[in-house]
Design a protein. Structure first.
Length: 101
């Protein structure tokens, strides 16, 4: 996902999660960039493009990644969410295995 193709509903949901209630193009552009960065990071951890539109661990981790990035705290994100990232990786692997059976 790139900042140019962020689904509008995802941008709205992330802004809501961050309690951003105002309309400002500069803020929206910054959040789009953080969403793109989060999706690239999490897709890399998952080994495949993940679904951030549906409720689930990828979406939860994306929201948290954006929150940490916005607060200049990415240096502790992976440490704090290691268990959830590992759980997401296992879920992705199980889903991939089920598709081959």
């Amino acid at each position: 996902m790139t900042r140019q193709n962020i689904p509008p509903a995802l941008l709205v949901d992330v802004k809501n999660y961050l309690n951003i209630t105002w309309e400002d193009e500069a803020t929206d552009e910054k959040i789009r960039g953080l969403i793109a960065s989060a999706s690239m990071y999490l897709d890399g951890k998952g080994g495949t493009p993940l679904d951030y539109d549906a409720d689930g661990m990828p979406r939860t981790l994306l929201m948290e990644y954006v929150r940490y990035a916005r607060d200049s705290a990415l240096d502790v994100f992976e440490n704090n969410y290691q268990a959830l990232i590992l759980g997401m990786q296992q879920e992705v692997m199980l889903n991939a295995m089920e598709k081959t059976i």
